[in-house]
Design a protein around this ligand. Structure first.
Ligand SMILES: NC(=O)c1ccc[n+]([C@@H]2O[C@H](COP(=O)([O-])OP(=O)(O)OC[C@H]3O[C@@H](n4cnc5c(N)ncnc54)[C@H](OP(=O)(O)O)[C@@H]3O)[C@@H](O)[C@H]2O)c1
Length: 328
């Protein structure tokens, strides 16, 4: 994709930074953030970005919930990609649950209202959703045609997130919700796994039989390019590789590509205790997410990284050894 104007709402996080690296070289990128960098020099608090990565990127302030001056950026833009929302990596207290849900719904409503003010609205709106929308599945893979939902907090959040997206009246803007699987790149979710490897804890989590659906961030970006090129693509799509594995296979592959000789398993009781101590939820590692990308594959999209081994090898080649090794 070249010479497009891309708006990244909530684009300062893991995925946003990866998208700036991928799209920012040949496109104009505008990041909507609640906290502007103070000066030119501290731009690098976006840890994975260099000055070169940011050559065609600007940061514009929004509050993530109301329309404002930032809305002018949407006029004549080509694509808006909305990634905004409070991280789910926290304890699910009522306060956090409210914020996880409301931050997502409010951002979508603010974008919808702002698109309606545009003389020339963006042609495409890609909104994050999550593959965790499907039930805990040990029996069969879930896709857009036959996937099942199950009552629960994170499932409900995703359902409401998608519902509010489709409720926005944006007749000139094609909308796509991407149900993203665990997204692998040099930051994000791999950082806590690297820490486990460092301390010899890179074994399976729980009984290791739960499924682990994943996607390489480069394939997420490629999928966005593909969607941009194909006007007929609209609605909800799984953004997950065609090669989900079990948790035990995931950890084994990670150990292999990092040449980590052994990894102790973490039993369920340890995870429960550990999660409480570090302020997160065991659902993030114990839920069996078995999701496949049927609809996007039906459009002819081909994954560059269908196999976990190749995806992880590529990522590890870009990560300094000290990040996942205690000793050299
Ligand atoms: N990473 C994954 O594996 C994965 C998988 C499935 C779905 N997703 C979803 O995809 C999206 C992007 O993921 P990510 O890993 O890049 O997330 P992230 O690193 O947590 O970044 C999300 C961004 O949202 C903004 N944000 C946080 N709280 C907010 C609030 N209360 N109101 C408005 N904006 C807020 C922040 O930007 P500012 O602080 O600059 O405003 C932050 O940089 C998230 O919505 C996530 O739930 C991610």
């Amino acid at each position: 994709m070249k010479n497009k104007k891309i708006i990244l709402a909530g684009g300062t996080g893991f995925m946003g930074q990866e998208m700036i690296k991928y799209f920012g070289k040949e496109n104009e990128v505008v990041v909507l953030t609640r906290q502007l960098p103070d000066t030119e020099n501290n731009r690098n608090h976006y840890t994975s970005l260099t000055k070169d990565d940011l050559l065609h990127t600007r940061f514009v302030k929004w509050d993530g919930k109301t329309t404002g001056d930032w809305a002018a950026e949407l006029n004549n833009a080509d694509i808006i990609i909305n990634l905004a929302g409070k991280t789910v990596n926290c304890r699910y207290t009522q306060k956090n649950k409210d914020e996880i849900l409301n931050s997502r719904l409010n951002a979508v409503k603010a974008i919808g209202a702002s698109i309606q003010q545009c003389k020339t609205p963006p042609r495409l709106w890609i909104n994050a959703s999550s593959a965790t929308i499907y039930r805990h599945a040990m029996d069969r893979p879930q896709d857009e045609h036959n996937g099942e939902f199950q009552d629960g907090f994170s499932v409900n959040v995703c359902q409401q997130w998608e519902k509010i997206l489709y409720e926005q009246p944006t007749p000139y803007t094609r909308k796509v919700a991407l149900r993203m699987a665990i997204t692998l790149g040099t930051g994000g979710v791999l950082i806590p796994y690297f820490n486990l490897l460092k301390f010899g804890l890179g074994g399976r989590q729980g009984n290791g039989k739960q499924m682990y659906s994943w996607v390489h961030i480069e394939d997420t970006c490629r999928m966005i390019e593909w969607i941009e090129m194909h006007d007929s693509i609209e609605g909800t799509y799984n953004c997950s590789s065609p090669g989900p594995v079990t948790n035990a296979e995931f950890m084994q592959t990670l150990r292999k590509v990092t040449s980590t000789r052994f990894g102790l398993p973490a039993y369920t009781w340890m995870l429960k205790l550990g999660a409480a101590i570090i302020g997160t939820e065991t659902e993030l590692v114990l839920k069996s997410r078995w999701v496949v990308p049927t609809k996007i594959t039906e459009t002819g999209f081909q994954f560059k990284y269908p196999l976990l081994k190749d995806a992880l090898s590529d990522i590890i080649s870009k990560v300094p050894r000290k990040q996942y090794r205690l000793f050299r």
